[in-house]
Design a protein around this ligand. Sequence first.
Ligand SMILES: [Fe+2]
Length: 194
Amino acid sequence: MNRRELVQSAITAGVLSGLPVKAATELPRTPRDYTGPFYPKGPRNPKNDLIVGEPRAEILHLSGRVLAPNGSPHPGVLVDIWQTDPNGRYKHPRDREQDNLMDGFLYWGEALTDAEARFRFRTYVPGRYAARPAQHIHYKVWQDRKELLTSQIYFDELGGARGLARSERAAALQTVSLERIDDNSVAAGLDIVI
Ligand SMILES: [Fe+2]
């Protein structure tokens, strides 16, 4: 059972037990993962749509919620993502070939959770890079400028974490499934438990 299924089953149990929604059991907290060397430098990008203009690669619709272990929502928290482009490059002075970055891609973005603690992003499926062969998206969760979590998302259909998460249990909790939407887009759901 992956993160999504674990959380969904707990939430469903809460729903079935009656409103307000409350998990019957504690949801497993999202494990921490490494920030890595490529955390964005420079001005923030306060957008949740990282694609500018006509898409030029496979689109990933990433959405989810930020929850407490008892299933209650965390509205008004900031989810801050950064990732490679489909060619496996970060926009960061420490990454290679900064002259060959992808036009029309913002590389990082932010989304504020709504009243139900939902967030959503439109981005590209991240590319692989040599040092870390598991395709992944980095993120931090912030509240009032206080960092609550740093972690990463891995994808079942892209080989999972390939041993890169801090433990097998962590890998299972950080790995989500991709659902195909159409020829050029997939979707993934991530519930972050803090
Ligand atoms: Fe990375």
